[in-house]
Design a protein around this ligand. Sequence first.
Ligand code: NAD
Ligand code: TDX
Length: 331
Amino acid sequence: MRVLVTGGAGFIGANFVRRTVETRPDAHVVVLDALTYAGDARSLDPVRDRVRLEVGDVADPDVVDRLVAEADLVVHFAAESHNDNSLTDPSPFVRTNVVGTFTLLEAVRRHGVRLHHVSTDEVYGDLELDDPGRFTEATAYNPSSPYSSTKASSDLLVRAWVRSFGVRATISNCSNNYGPYQHVEKFIPRQITNLLDGGRPKLYGRGANVRDWIHVDDHNDAVWAIVERGTPGETYLVGADGERSNLEVVQDLLEIFGRDRDDYEVVADRAGHDLRYAIDATRLRTELGWAPRYTSFREGLARTVEWYREHEDWWRPAKARTEARYAASGQ
Ligand code: NAD
Ligand code: TDX
């Protein structure tokens, strides 16, 4: 099978590519990635002899058409992915997330190629802390940020292309991922690398906001389950019952590092900060037989800490400029 992976040099995409190559000897993988600040070709080093990397823009119709024409399956990860950046400059979010997905949809329509579109639970907006409900496939879209509104837009384009043109596409909306090769701008790697540098974790607001954490390998196993056993035209929510407040995560990390549980810093809150995300993944579990393998968040977190400890060469180059960007907005 010839698989085109967009955004395959980013966090989730590169983990997907490595896992695919390691577990599926019949897969021929081509990565289309623009290598923005968030993409890193080194994340593909362990499998570089089995993967072709095409550096290009998912919103460029010529390169997309050429690569889609030679694929049996497209898995679409490419996106601008960081909420804080979308508040500083939303423009690349509209271009990559909306125009990029449109460009890909037109190409899979022309060539009749199966598409899996990777999206986020943030399209559903946020929940109150004490709301007993969780997001399901039936929850109405209600995105809050420039990032999540562009992801919601891309999902709606996919749904429209399925209905109007019969494109064979599935969508997954996943909760917050953690694991190796995640950019140091994101919450968990930022705090781990601060701690490795002897600094303090930085919490937005009081740390009450809740995220529903899933290990990146469990997310990527779900993507394969949907590609292989899902129904084209359908949406599947992906989550592993991993709700934790940001304060709990920071305190877990402080414990792992043997530091005082209160040794963190409170910094400026994110504008429009979503309070809580929570996924009900019943459909994925019952219809497709998926289950997470990382059932202990604390254990997965400790392994992630070890990965960052052992791969300073990978994260160090981005650390100072990322922190300089945060400092400029009081974070
Ligand atoms: P990331 O920012 O780590 O990686 C994005 C990749 O896309 C990078 O390699 C970047 O170079 C590439 N890219 C950006 N613009 C591009 C363009 N115009 N053309 C081609 N490539 C481009 O993001 P991630 O965390 O790996 O997220 C991957 C996907 O999963 C995104 O669609 C995101 O919305 C979705 N998602 C992420 C999470 C999460 O917790 N990180 C959760 C649910 C869904
Ligand atoms: O330094 C920080 N301190 C802090 O308290 C940072 C960077 C974040 N936070 C908070 C904000 C969020 O409540 O931690 C939480 C997680 O923040 P992010 O890692 O920026 O993730 P989030 O905004 O929840 O979005 C993530 O999950 C859904 C991904 O970045 C998205 O791509 C995905 O769609």
